[in-house]
Design a protein around this ligand. Structure first.
Ligand SMILES: NC(=O)c1ccc[n+]([C@@H]2O[C@H](COP(=O)([O-])OP(=O)(O)OC[C@H]3O[C@@H](n4cnc5c(N)ncnc54)[C@H](O)[C@@H]3O)[C@@H](O)[C@H]2O)c1
Length: 341
């Protein structure tokens, strides 16, 4: 493919998730060409430039003024999303922005307004939308394999990767992160539930802070009531300790149950009358969930280059953040809290 048919992009923030995006681009996004890399830490920018062959910058403003790209991929701590996205939109760039959209709902709303004004493509990178296991479960549900959904259970747990940024990791700082584990990694567990069960109406939750170093919650036990009336349970937990195996998702229907295993890149099992001992629906083929970063960026490239619709609009992608904030409100109020009002 000639460069003229490619989407030139700048990676903004060269930390942990930038590596996953770069690997995804190399493996699954042949239409993306990384031409600029930006990090306020010059060493990180230079190292990423060496890896990618792109031009390094130490500020987005410099990259926008001097770089050659049509889109930016924002991979920054949450409280920095708005400033970077707004700058990029003002420069007429297309924007793909790592989840969560922002550290507050007000900030997310301002980003959406800036995107509308720019009229360019805007996508929130929520790779769970493209997880092979989440798609396999959706197909099973849509084909009626487990009948009517009765209930579901999701568990997200494990170590938090603190990230970089000074003596105290930014993820531990509420002002920078905006919340704890539920709005961060928990988002990847909320998205599949929404893909399978529809929109969440209201939540009731209790939160805690077993990981005392982190300002935000490191434990949340939540009940989610969907618009369909189905009720599901979402658990998020990081306690800074080793954790044992278990399932990540369990969806129970009138004809059987689907299980997504933990720690196997999302192995999907079906239990029904024909398979009472369980049947493996999808295994650990290819790269499993890691490939999803490439698929999501490919979706973004298609939207920019071909005008195709994104799998999930930015307005839809606000759902994980709205759910997390409803969980936080419920933990305070001890009441059911609406997600979208
Ligand atoms: N989708 C996922 O599975 C996943 C996983 C991890 C992180 N994330 C998201 O990715 C984003 C970044 O997280 P991370 O773990 O990569 O963080 P990180 O701390 O590893 O990397 C952030 C980078 O941004 C740089 N930076 C800070 N301020 C900057 C600025 N103003 N301009 C340019 N560079 C700046 C830092 O020097 C650092 O290199 C967050 O939104 C986070 O929630 C998503």
């Amino acid at each position: 493919m000639t460069d003229a048919h490619k989407l030139k992009i700048a990676l903004v923030g060269c930390g942990g998730i930038a590596q996953a995006h770069w690997k995804g681009i190399q493996a699954h996004s042949p239409r993306i060409h990384v031409t600029a890399v930006v990090d306020t830490d010059a060493q990180r920018a230079d190292a990423m430039a060496e890896q990618t062959g792109a031009t390094p910058f130490t500020s987005l403003a410099d990259a926008l003024a001097q770089g050659d790209f049509a889109a930016v991929d924002i991979l920054l701590p949450h409280a920095l999303h708005e400033e970077a996205a707004t700058l990029a939109f003002a420069a007429g760039k297309h924007v793909v922005l790592e989840k969560p959209m922002a550290h507050t709902l007000e900030s997310a709303q301002r980003i959406l307004t800036a995107a509308k004004k720019a009229g360019t493509v805007f996508m929130v990178a929520e790779q769970a939308q493209y997880w092979p296991d989440a798609r396999a479960v959706r197909e099973l549900i849509e084909s009626g394999t487990i009948g009517e959904i009765i209930t579901a259970r999701a568990f997200f747990g494990g170590p938090v990767r603190p990230g970089s940024g000074g003596p105290r990791p930014w993820r531990y700082d509420l002002a920078m992160a905006g919340g704890g584990i539920t709005m961060d990694g928990g988002a990847h567990w909320i998205r599949p539930l929404r893909m399978w069960l529809g929109e969440i109406e209201e939540v009731v939750a209790v939160t805690g802070r077993p990981l005392v170093e982190m300002d935000g919650e490191s434990l949340a036990r939540s009940i989610l009531r969907f618009r369909s009336g189905v009720v599901a349970v979402l658990d998020t937990l990081t306690a800074g300790v080793a954790m044992g195996p278990g399932e990540e998702f369990r969806v129970t229907g009138t004809l059987g149950e689907i299980l997504v295993e933990k720690g196997r890149g999302g192995r999907v099992l079906l239990f029904d009358s024909e398979n009472p001992g369980g049947k493996v629906i999808s295994g650990q083929k290819d790269e499993g969930r890691a490939a999803a970063f490439g698929y999501e960026l490919n979706d973004f490239a298609g939207a920019v280059l071909d005008g195709t619709a994104l799998e999930a609009s930015p307005e839809y992608s606000l759902g994980e953040l709205r759910t997390a904030f409803a969980i936080y409100r419920s933990a305070e109020s001890r009441q059911w809290e609406k997600v979208w009002e």
